[in-house]
Design a protein around this ligand. Structure first.
Ligand code: FEO
Length: 401
């Protein structure tokens, strides 16, 4: 076992014992350009407690960090806040090594840990409002169903005022410094936004309710210890405020134009659409899929209220990269969007109605039936694209006023 990695003390009795993944660049379809961390925490109470574990290949790093504080076999309790494999992958092995008195998870956590790892019988289920005495310290549990899995929950350590929030308020960011104020705020905001856009956006309504419910509990919180990225201690108010803003997704005067192209016709049309948007004063960003990843599009949609999509017609279909990004965005369920489509084609032209159907299925309000150009767009076609951008920009402005 690697015995180099050490625990990092984050409060009087609590240590970070997680792992840093500097190499990961793809997290089931989400491009993690800055790596990530799998955070786990050790509470050195009378009953020594481990909060969460790590992704399976990082088991030894976790054990090494724990061993720098205490022999792992002295751990009494394990709490699994979230059953997804990046936090539970090595849980069966850790249970075998540690032989804890008890392992706690939500009721859905017990089911999911059984379905994925066959360890349901080892789990003691807990629910919102339950508390657990660690002797000289106390934990309480708050279920956060569908944020972002059915099993998700928060655990609160009363004596040190730490909220262990699993994925919530986290980000995929490999860090050498653990606290928010030891990192650059702009990077935290950018990666936090990307994480919300790609993971949490579909559950925005539940997040608003959770923020309200936790607010009513009036819990004093000194640290928000997430399962990914830095621990919040200085900017807790700012990240909570951003979560509310991102969840509400109120209309803003900003649009994105997402397109791919075969022989440049759709690219020329995209630029003409952009000129139309410019005319209205609406902020816009053009995202060619040759250089924009689907997870960047999801982040951009979080700060926009209109999407205009352009695709060639290829073999009677939408271009594959456009189908990819629309499928991804549909799952993320962005709210309060207006939109439109444009396409180029040679001998048929199915991609335009197909894109429109896609946008409608995402509850995007269509500004028009869109623009279609045969082979190379003519001056008339480009004027129509310009007008399309202008129409969307005007409708967006009208919606905001
Ligand atoms: Fe970090 Fe939902 O797992």
């Amino acid at each position: 076992m690697n015995s180099i990695a050490k625990a990092i003390k984050i409060s009087d009795k609590v240590y970070w014992v997680g792992a840093v993944d500097w190499t990961i660049r793809d997290f089931h379809g989400y491009r993690t350009s800055r790596g990530t961390t799998y955070n786990a925490y050790l509470i050195m109470a009378d009953k020594i407690t481990l909060i969460d574990t790590v992704k399976a290949p990082f088991r030894d790093e976790l054990l090494s960090r724990i061993s720098s504080v205490v022999n792992p076999s002295e751990i009494d309790y394990i709490v699994s806040n979230h059953a997804e494999m990046d936090h539970s992958g090595c849980l069966p092995q850790i249970i075998d090594i540690v032989k804890p008195e008890k392992v706690f998870a939500s009721t859905m956590g017990q089911k999911n840990l059984e379905a994925q790892l066959g360890i349901g019988s080892r789990i003691t289920p807990v629910k919102t409002g339950d508390s657990l005495s660690l002797g000289n310290m106390n934990l309480s549990f708050i279920e956060t169903k569908m944020l972002h899995w059915p099993d998700s929950m928060f655990t609160y350590l009363k004596e040190e005022q730490i909220l262990f929030s699993q994925d919530a308020f986290g980000m995929h960011l490999a860090v050498d410094k653990l606290f928010d104020d030891e990192n650059v705020w702009d990077v935290l905001e950018e990666e936090g936004e990307k994480y919300f856009g790609n993971i949490l956006m579909p559950y925005s309504n539940l997040i608003i309710k959770l923020l309200d419910d936790v607010g009513k509990m009036n819990l004093p919180i000194k640290l928000v210890a997430t399962d990914h990225g830095p621990i919040w201690r200085t900017h807790i108010g700012k990240i909570l405020e951003l979560y509310r803003k991102w969840s509400e997704h109120k209309p803003v005067p900003r649009a994105i134009v997402v397109y791919d192209t075969m022989w440049n016709s759709t690219a020329i049309m995209a630029n003409a659409v952009g000129e139309g948007l410019r005319e209205t004063g609406v902020e816009f960003k053009i995202l060619p899929l040759s250089v924009s990843h689907r997870s960047d599009v999801a982040t951009e949609i979080l700060k926009s209220s209109a999407i205009i999509v352009g695709s060639p017609t290829m073999n009677n279909n939408i271009f594959p990269t456009i189908a990819d990004v629309l499928t991804y965005l549909k799952g993320l369920r962005p709210s309060n969007m207006i939109g439109a489509s444009f396409s180029s084609y040679g001998w048929s032209g199915e991609s335009l109605p197909q894109m429109n159907e896609y946008l409608k299925s995402m509850n995007v309000e269509l500004a028009s039936e869109g623009v279609r150009a045969k082979y190379v767009p003519s001056e008339t076609d480009l004027k129509a694209c310009f007008e399309l951008g202008k129409l969307v920009g005007d409708k967006l402005r009208a919606k905001i006023q």
